[in-house]
Design a protein. Structure first.
Length: 374
């Protein structure tokens, strides 16, 4: 049995993984030599940044301190039957009180960048209305500590902790009112933090929180919307991103970069035959590409647009005509590679040959790297 890890021991182990440090060498006789990967890159590109990342709800704790409002995850995690082991993030890693210690741990890892997320309900407890100065004060202190230690900050504006008030009042991302509220929040934060933050992420893994939270009911807010309503929600999230980009550009300092982090699965053919290669391409377009293509190309993938039940607002391309959003181009896209799909049956619907269902791993394994879904 493993003994309980301290924060410092855990950070050291994480550093080995993040920095690619190898385990103690084995003898040549016992070493297992993996087959060469013909698709692997020989080296990381110039300008590649080694860093570490967190989300506010998972680490901050202090959910009832200094005026913070409730998020959909506060309610969801306290709802019986939603979390298998009944844990919640009321305290989490206590980062809100121990951020200086955590920054020292990041520095000891040797990385030069840190992506953190800002809790929307900490800054705007009700999602809209009056801002909470104490909420933003925490992030001011965090930024100053990071820069003092030579660590470049990257700020994510939405890592799934939607203010519960917006969910209760307008249905959360089911309503374009949330899109507009997100833009107001994004502009407010950028205006006050862009003197030290040069890169903002609008959304973290929209494909994940849309499907899991609004389609399958696995994550907060735990809804299982019909296809038309789910696709309208996708539309509103894309609208929120576009409006937020405009707001950041209007409020932030000149030169501020804006992007998003998207959960992109590597869909690989089980064997290199034309049929399996085509199945992998269909799977890639069907699942990981939906939101990215909507943002980058201002349309849904052709295959996805042919699926039944897409709402009329999406099919008629009303994103720009309704909200005056032109091409809200982004400065960067950061793919979050968390798993791969290996299609082995060509042509199974929208997801190609990659299927979910009984083969989907348990909730506590969702962030396991490089798993194969069949």
């Amino acid at each position: 049995m493993f003994e309980k890890f301290s924060r410092r021991q855990f950070a050291s182990l994480a550093g080995f993984s993040a920095l690619g440090m190898a385990a103690p060498a084995q003898s040549q006789d016992s070493a297992i030599k993996p087959a060469p990967d013909r698709r692997a890159s020989a080296s990381f590109p110039n300008g590649f940044i080694w860093g570490t990342a967190t989300s506010a709800y998972q680490i901050e704790g202090a959910v009832k301190e200094d005026g913070r409002g409730q998020s959909i995850w506060d309610i969801f995690s306290h709802t019986p039957g939603k979390i298998r082991d009944r844990t919640n993030a009321d305290r989490a890693n206590d980062h809100y009180h121990r951020y200086k210690e955590d920054v020292r741990l990041i520095k000891e890892l040797g990385v030069k960048a840190y992506r953190f997320s800002i809790a929307w309900p900490r800054v705007f407890p009700d999602g809209t209305g009056a801002a909470n100065p104490k909420g933003l004060d925490f992030y001011n202190r965090l930024l100053d500590e990071l820069l003092t230690n030579g660590i470049e900050p990257f700020a994510t504006l939405y890592h799934w902790d939607l203010p519960q008030s917006l969910q209760d009042r307008v249905g959360g991302w089911q309503s374009s009112e949330t899109s507009k509220a997100f833009a107001d929040y994004a502009g407010y934060v950028a205006e006050r933090l862009s003197d030290r933050v040069t890169s903002f992420f609008t959304l973290n893994e929209a494909g994940r929180f849309l499907n899991f939270g609004y389609g399958w009911g696995i994550d907060a807010p735990g809804l299982k919307l019909p296809p038309a309503a789910l696709n309208q929600t996708r539309h509103n999230v894309a609208l929120g991103h576009g409006l937020a980009v405009q707001a950041i550009r209007a409020k932030a300092r000149a030169g501020t970069k804006i992007g998003l982090a998207e959960n992109i699965a590597a869909c690989l053919p089980a064997i290199d035959t034309p049929e399996n290669i085509r199945a992998a391409e269909i799977a890639r377009q069907g699942r990981p590409e939906i939101h990215r293509r909507r943002v980058e190309d201002h349309r849904f993938p052709d295959r996805f647009r042919r699926v039944e039940h897409l709402c009329a607002a999406i099919l008629r391309g009303r994103l720009r005509s309704r909200a005056g959003v032109q091409r809200a181009a982004i400065s960067f896209l950061v793919p979050a590679h968390e798993f791969r799909l290996a299609p082995d049956r060509p042509g199974d619907g929208v997801l190609g040959a990659a299927t979910f269902g009984q083969a989907l791993e348990p909730r506590h394994h969702l962030h396991q790297r490089e798993r194969r879904v069949r």
